[in-house]
Design a binder for this molecule. Sequence first.
Ligand code: G6P
Length: 610
Amino acid sequence: MCGIVGAVAQRNVQGILREGLLRLEYRGYDSAGMVVRGTDGRLQRRRALGKVAALEEKLEASPLTGHSGIAHTRWATHGRPSEENAHPHQSGERLAVVHNGIIENHEALRAELESADYDFTSQTDTEVIAHLIEREARAVDLLTAVQTVIARLDGAYALGVIHANEPDVVIGARKGSPLVVGVGIEEAFLASDPLALLQVTDRFIYLEEGDVVRLSAGGGIEVFDASGQVVEREIQTFEHGDGSASKGDYRHFMLKEIHEQPAVIAETLEGRLGDRSVLVESFGPGAEALFSRAAQIHLVACGTSYHAGLVARYWLERYAGIPVQVEVASEYRYRQVVVPENTLFVTLSQSGETADTLAALRFAKKSGYLGSLAICNVPGSSLARESDLTLMTRAGPEIGVASTKAFTTQLTALMLLTLALGRVHGQDEEEQASLVEALRRLPAQVERVLALDAQIEDLSTAFAEKHHALFLGRGAHFPVALEGALKLKEISYIHAEAYPAGELKHGPLALVDSDMPVVSVAPNDELLDKLKSNLQEVRARGGELFVFADEGVGLSSDDGIRVLHLPPIEEALAPILYTLPLQLLSYHVAVLKGTDVDQPRNLAKSVTVE
Ligand code: G6P
């Protein structure tokens, strides 16, 4: 969603804020802005519609100088993308605010402020916060004003606030949206994501729900909890190397992240495999006891993470014998869920901050589950902190909005979960040992599939002019097809749908003609013959088929069918391997179409609003 950066530094903060915005741009990118408190004590603001580059141009023409400031990159919720709606929002000349999240009672607050003669210059919900704080700060210091105002806000927020009257002070506050404090050397920073600050520090305080922080000159950091008491929060060192925030030799972050998969899958496995079984302790102390009681699993996630959950259902039921329900978080959280005894609640999230997934976890914690496990990529994220058990996916920061390495590392982690549960629930030892061995070989197999890049790029030309595409799979490869279709629509804007291949004749077959490319994955599994018949149904209707198939399944290119062979893989791990060509296909189609691959229109990397 939107990105926040703030700084109180000994040097001029414009460069720090600008770099922070560039690093956060993947979260939201329809407009950006910055306020710096000048050495003359006045607030100076620059805002621009469009990407951070547009703001940079303005800053170049008219730079800002000062030791404290706040900045924002926006993903519109209230009010269309425009300069007037871009943050920071000011109340008069002396108070400025940046905000992530949604203020649900903003209409009532706006009416109250309008009747008190406050003029509104934007359609945002944020502007009410600026006016409310300005009004309070006439009588009290900025910290107290912020504490008073947030008590009146319903909804979710992360805030950065600055006042002309308080030199070298930035106030931050969070509830429902992430906010971290960067601990510098006699300097202090604020951001919605540690990534924004890795150029200035690797030490962070992850603010907790309801926290307010006051940053001041000389590196002053005071944290207050929801009741206003001063609290000590642990300083944590960021684990990921900063290299992740640059594209290296790749044209796009997405391509770089696709090619990182062998390494990050190996990372995700590191230290978690014993000789012949998964080390259950990798899930944390207490995991074995909890897992042995788990009689079923409810798995909740959004977007790509949800697709990972759908794959895992096949694995968990087959190898661990545990019934699984998988649901998107935005549905789950508003349903009257019946929780059978001894149900383990599992969330999947790259960011660990997705509003619906987090709300689902909070709901689940009150609903009589056995316990909660988060499979997550961001250490210190809300989801990781609020779950009983966590398994980190170790994919490193993922910048491309379309998720790639986060998905395959989630699948890897879910296979570890399957085997951990299998182990405590009496899975056959030989089967476990052979899957562990297969996991060890996986990074090298992923590498071999990525080597097919040029051939996949070749296939992509057949898609660039199309308006629609169908993706087919069976069994655990139906969610792989769903993920393939999602990738194509996210970054190439081609309408794509996925179906279980057996469902084709119940409707979608009516769409098949020579204008409808049909993509299918055909690993060598027990459903292969059935899939082949489904593919015949497409060919018989003149549909153009693109099949990623195991080299041993006897499918080859012919009239109306183009086949690309993948190396053999153990059946259980095929969903991970068959995801890769679909990622590369979407990538190359998007490049051919000239879309913004890393920051596709209307989307955001981390959706921290409902
Ligand atoms: C957004 C992103 C998707 C992601 C989804 C869930 O929609 O654009 O790529 O899959 O959020 O995010 P999470 O961080 O919870 O995995």
